[in-house]
Design a protein around this ligand. Structure first.
Ligand code: BG6
Length: 479
């Protein structure tokens, strides 16, 4: 449904996500005049505050989390904010909320980031108060279930109040500039696509490494673990973007349709393709850090690391392993995709003892975006053997290529698209269900085979079995 909303309703407005990401993103959109002057932002949460005290609260959060050059916009941004306290379990509160939101005839965008237990009462309250109508759309932040059945319950509840074209499921990785650049790299250049298949690619690695541990998210993380927290969503989205067929158009139907086909083609895993780990005390950047159990203060078998060898059973990717790995308390924060090409079919240099190593494309997603293509070149010199070869990186450092634009928070893109109604970078229901289907299969595999997390010291690259997972195919993780 195409309308640009002039009301934004933010649930969970006092929460961590709101303080760190949503309010700063909205303030940045305001500062850059990317949202209409008419946009009003109604914030809600349980805390008893009024407009003024919430503005003070928001000002503090913005002062803490906005970069210095953005702070000048805070006073004018605060004027857009309004606040209504709400107990989501009490439907009558939603009427007061609807009064606060006021007229929605120009369109209402709702951003829901709430505890799973409050999900259904919130949807019911939106319906009862008339806030769920054809002039409103809803953005949903995870967690949206913990497996396929529970995600269906959530999706059914939302579908009872909003049509699919008004449901915007968020995966914040899709809001990252660098992730969108993956599409540009693949589909705005001629040289990659002809090689982008099993004939020319030997394997793909996707790593999402974090140095942080639990970060106080005890209740949530221990019930989720790395597989559901990171692989089910962010990593499978990256995999789908790397592996999908070229969409005909950059639009919600074509892009999401192609991603879904990939996700539906994922082969169920076998136990030998799976490693899970949990960090024990160790050191990161020279400082000692406690183990997961010490942070949690109770025993747990939740995995903080997972490595999987995945396969996509379709024509393009027949037999090409996709090595996925993610973990907390790893040595550095990095997200990258490595595309390892096959060797040249015949090397004319071999008889002179020179080795032509296969090309490799490394797409750094964060913290910095660097795209590196390792190419073989001749080492300069008058060697008697005739020629020596060495790989040299063809290096594109995106921050150097584009010095001007400000680095954007992923939520800036997503909030703007939610307000304006572009679903391209949001996850469709069949897509999310395909993700859960595969993830539930992984969990079933480790339950049936009694796979439990292996300890790894904080600051290492996970259990040694993860290294072996790749090494048994003569593959080395890129570090
Ligand atoms: C979230 C996970 O979805 O993504 C967190 O719940 C994780 O556990 C975070 O830390 C990572 O996001 P980013 O943008 O820092 O890579």
């Amino acid at each position: 449904m195409s309308f640009t909303a002039d009301r934004l309703l933010l649930f969970g407005a006092t929460g961590d996500l709101s303080q760190r990401m949503l309010l700063p993103s909205l303030c940045a959109l305001h500062a850059d005049r990317l949202v209409s002057d008419k946009l009003q932002i109604v914030c809600t949460a349980r805390s008893d505050m009024d407009d003024e005290s919430f503005r003070e609260f928001a000002a503090q959060a913005l002062d803490k989390f906005l970069p210095e050059h953005r702070k000048g916009a805070i006073p004018s941004f605060l004027k857009r904010l309004f606040y209504q306290p709400l107990d989501a379990n009490d439907t009558s509160h939603f009427h007061a909320l609807a009064d606060k939101v006021g007229t929605v005839e120009n369109g209402l965008a709702i951003f829901l980031s709430t505890a799973p237990s409050l999900f259904e009462p919130t949807i019911a309250g939106l319906v009862a108060s008339g806030l769920a109508n054809e002039r409103s759309r809803i953005g949903l932040e995870k967690p949206l279930g913990i497996d396929l059945p529970s995600s269906k319950v959530v999706n059914d509840a939302v579908a009872g109040a909003f049509t699919e074209d008004r449901i915007f499921r968020i995966d914040h990785y899709l809001g990252k500039e660098t992730v969108q650049n993956l599409l540009a790299l693949r589909f705005a250049n001629i040289m990659f696509e002809p090689l982008w298949n099993a004939t020319h690619i030997e394997h793909v690695q996707i790593t999402v490494a974090e140095t942080v541990g639990l970060e106080g998210r005890v209740g949530f993380y221990d019930g989720a673990g790395a597989l559901r927290d990171m692989v089910q969503n962010h990593m499978l989205q990256l995999l789908a973007l790397v592996a999908m067929e070229p969409p005909a158009r950059f639009d919600p139907v074509d892009v999401r349709g192609e991603k879904t086909k990939v996700l539906n083609s994922l082969r169920p895993v076998t136990p030998s393709d799976l490693v899970t780990g949990q960090y024990v005390a160790g050191a990161i950047a020279g400082g000692s850090v406690p183990g997961y159990i010490e942070e949690l203060q109770k025993p747990s078998e939740t995995e903080t690391f997972v490595a999987i060898k995945a396969f996509i059973d379709n024509w393009r990717w027949k037999g090409v392993p996709f090595y996925l790995r993610t973990g907390k308390r790893l040595p550095k924060r990095t997200t990258e995709i490595v595309v390892q090409f096959r060797p040249v079919p015949h090397s004319m240099f071999a008889q002179r003892g020179a080795v032509a190593k296969p090309n490799r494309l490394v797409i750094g997603i964060q913290p910095e975006e660097n795209i590196t293509l390792d190419l073989m070149t001749k080492v300069p010199g008058l060697d008697r053997g005739g020629i020596r070869l060495r790989e040299v990186p063809l290096d594109i450092r995106m921050p150097d290529a584009f010095a001007g634009p400000t680095k954007r928070i992923a939520y800036e893109r997503l909030l703007l698209d939610l307000i304006e109604g572009d679903q391209t970078l949001f996850v469709r229901r069949d897509e999310v269900e395909a993700q859960w289907t595969w993830i539930d299969g992984v969990r079933a595999c480790w339950t049936e085979n009694a796979i439990t997390p292996q300890p790894y010291p904080a600051g290492s690259w996970g259990p040694t079995a993860a290294i072996a997972l790749a090494a048994k195919d003569s593959v080395t993780w890129h570090e």
